[in-house]
Write a protein that binds this ligand. Structure first.
Ligand code: MIG
Length: 803
């Protein structure tokens, strides 16, 4: 640098750091780039960088999880989503005139200095993700946007409960939790905010989580010439986590490590659930419950929607409609039903209502800037709204569940917590505690439902001293720690049913493993065929609940008449036979965050066809099943079977995989396939999870030229003792090449309820022998070479071999 250049450099540096630059930009209303890097400081867990117009912090959480914070001025660090802390994973920091380089054991990170542009590479120096060179990060008043390079073949999946296709490329989405009755199939935004997406290009995978609860927007190249994608925060910091794991499963594991995973749900909550707006009296509910038992439709849960309350006041009962509610609940329990009740956030403003008086006295409500509680109209009339972002309010809320818990309620359904009200627009000036980081509705709105479900879960878990079932409509990233979710007020037509499948699959990619739609459609009446198709899909959906709106016709599984009844019964029975398998899949979600319903993008990420409109609804239900949902009107369906060997579930017909097939799909036979090498534990038909199945667990084993480990898991289904080792876990290893099935030793202190394994072989050649590894012969091969019984002895590993 000569003297002239040096002077120019100094002048530029002084100029660009002075307030004039930003003033000019602010005056002309244009956006301002964060600009060049001025200085870098090394922190314990990363780097602190000052640019011309912003502060940047880059810190590591895992070798493949790096966080980027950018703002004019970084504020207090606080998050409702993240439960982990930064750690020291950065190494080999190098700063040159033009860039900054730093690495972890998994990533190389480069920051161009003039101006600030960041790029992430894997250890093979393949570019995973980088800022869009022309724009990078820009600010406009309080708004901040990061622009990322979009690769030619890049696909985007995730973002939780969002309409549209599996591949989000070409679409734009907003996050502002919204109550939209009978939402059209392209409506946005819906009830939940989960700003986590996965990018796929050049056979590489990465993910980004934008942890900002203000209104945010994701534009996946919707309005550009496909050079870049961008995400924008209306206010607050640009605060994102970059995930550099090599697979979709890997980024989901890391994301759910960061934001948490669900706990084991009560076993009964994965059975069949019956809801309706509303069963109007104790007599009506009891009669529905009796009919389930008489007609032998298995069922575990029944609901009270809003009409069980006194004038819609939460934590009360209507004396008229439920005169002796304690006894009513006992009668349900005696018939092996668990009761779930709806709890809305709006607290009626009324002098004769203890919850209101107590709440006002304890200052638990969200307030206007003048200090007075927000008032809006919803079911009970004029209501105050608890500030669930305030610790004291959460404690108050938790304690309010004592009465319900004492009466025997075990399921808690949080609705209207976007928050929703008549008119659908609460003032943005409303103030919230935000756990001591006082803020307005603008920042609190999107976490409101999550914090409500948090207090509901923590309270009922403590009071019950076992697993509650909590269901919420609105939530935010990380809400999977507290609650299952349903996809709100859907509508009874085929396309909505298929949209529901995509919503559930997308929620699964983003941490929410326990999700489902209103089976049969909430608004309007399903045709018999639609009902039947929908029911058969929901057998393979993590959350299985039949629900419908006030004024629609009855929709209990017998209500649509004889045409539907036998098949509906068979479907619900299948759900119950599959419970041991489904429970294992929930266990996987608890351990790793891998969802129960898995978009094919999870396992077959680089198979182009799975993103086609014709196939984007296909998913794996756990490790074994491939479900190809189709309309009720489709008697034949085109299915894409990815690479591998497949069997049609109903008749064992074999398919070679990596092919498109046209299969029969009457409403009585949903296209369901089983992967070669799969192990599927099934039990006998029971009417509710309170009943003991027979003592033989049937393992359906499907031949495949592959190896596969199935983790069989069981626990008491209701307590948290499994966290202290009280579970039964056993690996079942299938090896198609060595021609063995090996049962490893059982782990854990829980005693399984199954005395015997019965192995059913599908697609195998002759079974040669079944022998225990210690030679003591824990086997019985009953004449029929395709069936074997094996004694379930925890202490042994034994191996089944075939020719
Ligand atoms: O304003 O509680 O999505 O499942 O049945 C409607 C009555 C309020 C909306 C929920 C729906 C529930 C209904 N609720």
């Amino acid at each position: 640098m000569n003297k002239k250049q040096l002077l120019k450099f100094i002048a530029l540096t002084i100029f660009s750091t002075s307030v004039f630059a930003s003033d000019t930009d602010a005056q002309n209303n244009l956006s301002q780039n964060i600009g060049k890097v001025k200085s870098v400081k090394i922190l314990n867990e990363g780097l602190s960088i000052t640019t011309e117009n912003a502060q940047v912090i880059l810190i590591s959480y895992l070798p493949d999880v790096v966080r980027v914070r950018i703002a004019r001025k970084l504020a207090d660090d606080f998050s409702y989503a993240v439960i982990q802390y930064a750690n020291k994973y950065f190494k080999n920091f190098v700063e040159t005139k033009n860039d900054i380089k730093v690495e972890t054991d998994s990533l190389y990170i480069t920051i161009d200095k003039n101006p600030f542009r960041i790029s992430f590479y894997n250890r093979k120096m393949q570019l995973l993700n980088s800022d869009y060179t022309a724009m990078g990060t820009t600010m406009w008043n309080d708004e901040i946007t990061t622009h990322k390079k979009m690769f030619a073949d890049e696909k985007f999946i995730g973002l939780g409960e969002k309409t549209g296709g599996l591949n989000r490329r070409g679409s734009s989405y907003n996050n502002w939790n919204t109550d939209k009755f009978a939402y059209p199939t392209d409506f946005d935004p819906l009830y939940k905010t989960i700003p986590f997406y996965i990018g796929i290009h050049d056979s590489l995978t990465y993910a980004i989580f934008l942890d900002n609860s203000y209104k945010t927007n994701f534009n996946f190249g919707a309005s550009t010439d496909e050079q870049f994608m961008s995400y924008t925060c209306e206010s607050g910091e640009m605060n994102y986590y970059f995930f550099g794991s090599a697979t979709v499963a890997g980024v989901i594991e890391d994301y759910t490590w960061l934001t948490g995973r669900m706990k084991m749900p009560p076993l009964w909550s994965i059975g069949y659930q019956q809801c309706r707006w509303s069963y109007m009296s104790d007599k009506e509910v009891l009669s529905v419950a009796k009919t389930f038992r008489e007609k032998k439709f298995p069922c575990d849960v029944i609901y009270n929607d809003i009409d069980y309350m006194d004038r819609y006041r939460v934590f009360t009962w209507s004396d008229e409609k439920f005169p002796n509610h304690k006894n009513y609940i006992k009668q349900l329990n005696d018939m092996n039903f668990h009761l779930a009740v709806i709890i809305d956030p709006g607290i009626a403003v009324a002098d004769d209502y203890t919850v209101s008086k107590d709440g006002l006295a304890k200052n638990v409500f969200a307030t206007y800037p003048d200090g007075k509680p927000l008032i809006a109209n919803v079911w009970p009339g004029r209501c105050n709204f608890p500030d669930f972002t305030k610790p004291a309010t959460r404690t108050w809320w938790e304690n309010n569940f004592k009465g319900l818990v004492d009466d025997g309620v075990e399921g808690f359904w949080n609705d209207m917590n976007e928050p929703a009200s008549w008119g659908q627009s609460l003032s943005n000036t409303v103030e919230f505690d935000f756990d001591g980081h006082k803020t307005t509705m603008k920042q609190a709105h999107n976490v409101y439902g999550m914090q409500m479900s948090r207090a509901t879960f923590e309270g009922t878990k403590r009071l019950l001293n076992k697993r509650p079932f909590v269901l919420t409509r609105a939530t935010y990233a990380g809400g999977q720690r507290y609650s299952a979710v349903w996809t709100g007020d859907n509508d009874a037509y085929d396309d909505h049913m298929l949209l529901g499948v995509r919503l559930v699959n997308s929620l699964g990619l983003c941490g929410f493993a326990f999700a489902g739609p209103d089976m049969g459609g909430f608004a309007n009446d399903a045709t018999k065929d639609l009902f039947q198709r929908w029911l058969s899909i929901c057998v393979f959906t993590p959350f299985f609940r039949n629900h419908s709106m006030m004024g629609t016709r009855d929709k209990e599984p017998w209500a649509l008449g004889e045409y539907v009844e036998p098949e509906a019964r068979r479907q619900i029975e299948l759900r119950y036979q599959l419970l041991p398998y489904t429970y294992c899949m929930f266990h996987a979600a608890v351990e790793t965050g891998i969802p129960v319903a898995r978009s094919l993008a999870l396992n077959y990420t680089n198979d182009e066809k799975i993103y086609y409109g014709d196939f984007e609804n296909e998913y794996l239900y756990g490790d074994a099943f491939l479900i190809a949902p189709c309309k009720s009107t489709e008697k034949f369906t085109k299915v894409h079977l990815p690479k591998g060997e497949w069997y049609r579930f109903n008749d064992d017909k074999k398919y070679k995989g990596d092919e498109e097939v046209i299969v029969e799909s009457p409403v009585t036979n949903l296209p369901v396939f089983v992967k070669g090498g799969a192990v599927i534990p099934m039990q006998s038909i029971i009417q509710s999870t309170a009943e003991m199945p027979s003592d033989t667990l049937v393992l359906q084993v499907y031949y495949g030229q592959t190896s596969n480990t199935f983790v069989y898991y069981e626990d008491d289904g209701s307590s948290y003792d499994y966290e202290n080792g009280n579970f039964y876990k056993r690996e079942i290893k299938f090896d198609g090449e060595k021609k063995t099935i090996t049962f490893e030793k059982a782990e854990g202190s829980y005693k399984t309820k199954f005395k015997y394994f019965k192995v059913l072989f599908h697609g195998f050649d002759e079974i040669q022998s079944i022998a225990s590894s210690d030679g003591n012969g824990y086997y019985l091969l009953k004449g029929n070479p395709t069936k074997g019984f094996v004694k379930n002895n925890n202490q042994m590993n034994f191996t089944v071999t075939w020719k």
